[in-house]
Design a protein around this ligand. Structure first.
Ligand code: HEC
Ligand code: HEC
Length: 192
């Protein structure tokens, strides 16, 4: 939260500096900087429950923020945060994260789960999460090398119905056991 407060303070100082700043709308980078306290500078978070944003497509970013805003997607903090930004500001921020390279996170995964996850991925998930979940063009988020606890929370939110899954994804997920889902998350977390 302190980052958002700093941002407000910066604007406040701007007001003191002169009329030019009064009319200047915040730039895309200024807006995206307000997220750095949790998502890290350059969209790479310190984890483990806060996702990296670097490399996510503009469409996925905008869809996510709108879904947080209207409650289709559960979040511990993001529903409230997303409500603080206009659609125009969300579009501006989207361009910043889309330009950042997808990061490799430093975390441990279980090799036997990774192996099972890889098999399950090829059968059930690769069509929409291509390149092992690293392809921004899928507009399905970047799940390759994403933080494992975050991935697990996302799946729990989908399975419990707190967040709404795409229908075709739900059909696949409903056929998998909890152990299989866990293996899939280890697989994605280990990629890149
Ligand atoms: C207080 C910490 C915090 C701040 C500040 C914050 N976020 Fe988040 N963000 C989270 C957490 C935690 C999640 C996981 C969902 C949840 O629990 O709300 C998340 C999830 C997201 C996601 C989903 C990513 C994905 O891969 O699906 C997006 C997009 C996002 N945040 C954008 C933003 C933007 C844009 C800002 C700044 C305007 C921002 N966040 C500020 C903590 C934060
Ligand atoms: C028909 C396409 C499709 C299939 C098949 C699919 N997904 Fe998804 N998935 C998506 C889309 C689109 C999203 C973006 C979020 C949304 O729209 O709710 C997503 C989001 C996710 C997320 C959350 C990403 C985040 O950052 O929070 C995870 C985890 C995930 N999928 C895992 C899987 C797994 C595991 C499978 C296979 C069992 C799978 N998906 C199959 C389309 C698909």
């Amino acid at each position: 939260m302190s980052v958002i407060r700093t941002f407000t303070l910066t604007l406040g100082t701007g007001l003191l500096l002169g009329a030019a700043q009064l009319t200047a709308a915040p730039t895309a980078t200024m807006l995206a900087d307000t997220c750095a306290g949790c998502h890290g500078t350059d969209g790479v978070s310190m984890g483990p429950a806060t996702p990296n944003l670097a490399g996510i497509s503009e469409i996925y970013f905008i869809d996510s923020m709108v879904a947080f805003k209207n409650g289709d997607r559960y979040g511990t903090v993001m529903q409230r945060i997303a409500k603080g930004y206009t659609d125009e500001e969300i579009k501006l921020m989207a361009s910043v994260f889309a330009k950042q390279p997808v990061p490799k996170t430093n975390q441990e995964t279980d090799p036997s789960k990774v192996a099972l996850g890889e098999k399950l991925h090829k059968v059930n998930c690769h069509k929409c999460h291509d390149e092992d979940g690293a392809l921004p063009d899928d507009d399905a988020g970047i799940i390759a090398s994403q933080w494992l606890p975050y991935l697990n929370y996302s799946m729990e939110d989908y399975k419990s119905g707190r967040s709404v899954m795409p229908k075709k994804m739900k059909r696949k997920v409903d056929n998998l056991t909890d152990a299989e889902i866990s293996a899939l998350m280890h697989f994605y977390a280990s990629r890149l």
